[in-house]
Design a protein around this ligand. Structure first.
Ligand SMILES: *Cc1c(COP(=O)(O)O)cnc(C)c1O
Length: 394
């Protein structure tokens, strides 16, 4: 058995020591002053992370709970939404919307590609009944980044609310909610935020709050209007996930210590490192053009058994990757590099992938793939201080 396990999965992700120590603290009471002080501090930092002046609601559920809360709070049964579907999580939006009784129109792209903002614009123009657009910022099942900023511009012109699943994007790549004009941004704790699973965060724009106020309450547990009132008092509606919030407070302090730009530059560097290494091994990147910053998806050569590659990397090298889903099962390796992951973890991942591929099919690639990967990483870090690396779409 390997001595050390490296979680290079797109959630859950490894926990920094400071966060683990914070999580280990004794219980605070969720209606007393000490906890409210933690909530207050975390709230200030959450607004910086989300880039919003409005409240960021903590919800005790996984990320999908926040997706559900968003759909139920913003739309009435019978209303129509446009769902962007280019992977497994786009399909999840469709399922949630259908269960809420919404009419759904779908804008699809082949898995591995992003949709375009003009395509969204066209659909909104053709069908003025569309009240909302639901999409992922980063579609984790394929490793693609959708052009949220451009889609937000289109939505501002049409009046449709833009609801963004940022579960694998917040804390990993820029997604400033107010500046871009996003109406609902949500995330989960176990990816970029370096926390255990079980906490979700959700924010609405002023026009989304207005819409939510017009939707009659339809779920006892997820009542965002009441959560907003509770948050104003440093509390949540029901018993708070106290330890996760204490951990969140520490994780946010860590993320903001050197400024968010530094976080994004780090993530950009790891993405360049992973991509260059994969290319130098002669492998095909599944998301060629519009790629996410927290995950690199690799298309395996024909005839290689993806399951065997994952098993070998785990058993021999202690590196845990994710595989492909649905029709991509056995065909993809998804390398997560989110949160508390550094260059050495990703380099270890590349080595494990290379060796596992050799085992599975005699595949080899360039001998100096690690040097090439590290050279790309160093070059990527040469972003001037205070600046953000280029988003692929802008
Ligand atoms: C991980 C993920 C989810 C699912 O989150 P859960 O916390 O498992 O509910 C949804 N959307 C995206 C984009 C994700 O990466």
């Amino acid at each position: 058995m390997p001595e050390k396990i490296r979680l290079l999965t797109p959630g859950p992700t490894p926990l920094p020591e400071r966060v683990r120590l914070a999580l280990a603290k004794d219980m605070l009471h969720h209606r007393k002053g000490e906890f409210m002080a933690v909530m207050g501090r975390a709230q200030e930092n959450l607004r910086l992370l989300f880039g919003t002046a409005g409240p960021v609601l903590p919800l005790s559920c996984s990320g999908t709970g926040a997706m559900t809360a968003a759909v139920h709070s913003l739309f009435q049964p019978g209303e129509k939404v446009l769902v962007v579907e280019a992977g497994k999580f786009g399909q999840r939006w469709e399922q949630i919307a259908a269960m809420r009784g919404l009419e759904t129109a779908t804008l699809s792209a082949p898995w591995g590609e992003a949709i375009s903002a003009p395509a969204v614009e066209e659909r909104l123009r053709e069908d003025p009944a569309i009240a909302g657009v639901l999409l992922q910022h980063s579609e984790t099942s394929t490793g693609v980044l959708h052009p949220v900023r451009e889609v937000a511009e289109v939505c501002r012109r049409s009046g449709a609310l833009l609801v963004v699943d940022g579960i694998s994007a917040v804390g990993l790549c820029p997604c400033p909610m107010d500046e871009w004009g996003i109406d609902c941004l949500l995330t989960g704790s176990q990816k970029g935020l370096m926390l255990p699973p079980g906490l979700a965060l959700l924010a609405l724009s002023p026009r989304a709050w207005k819409k939510a106020e017009s939707v009659s309450p339809n779920c006892f547990y997820f009542n965002l209007l009441k959560e907003r009132d509770s948050l104003a008092k440093g509390q949540t509606n029901f018993t708070s996930p106290v330890n996760l919030i204490v951990g969140l407070d520490e994780a946010l302090a860590l993320l903001l210590e050197n400024g968010l730009e530094a976080v994004y530059v780090k993530q950009w560097g790891l993405t360049m490192l992973a991509r260059a290494g994969v290319r130098a091994m002669g492998l095909v990147l599944f998301a060629e053009k519009d790629f996410a910053w927290g995950i690199t998806s690799v298309l395996l050569p024909e005839g290689v058994d993806g399951g065997q590659v994952l098993r070998c990397a785990a058993e021999k090298f202690g590196v845990l990757f994710a595989g492909g889903q649905d029709h991509l099962k056995g065909r993809l390796v998804r390398i997560g590099h989110m949160g508390h992951v550094d260059w050495a973890d990703v380099a270890a991942g590349l080595f494990a992938l290379n060796q596992a591929l050799k085992d599975a099919g005699g595949f080899c690639g360039s001998r100096d793939y690690l040097e090439q990967a590290l050279a790309a990483w160093r070059a990527a870090l040469a972003v001037p201080p205070g600046e953000t690396p280029p988003m692929t779409h802008s």
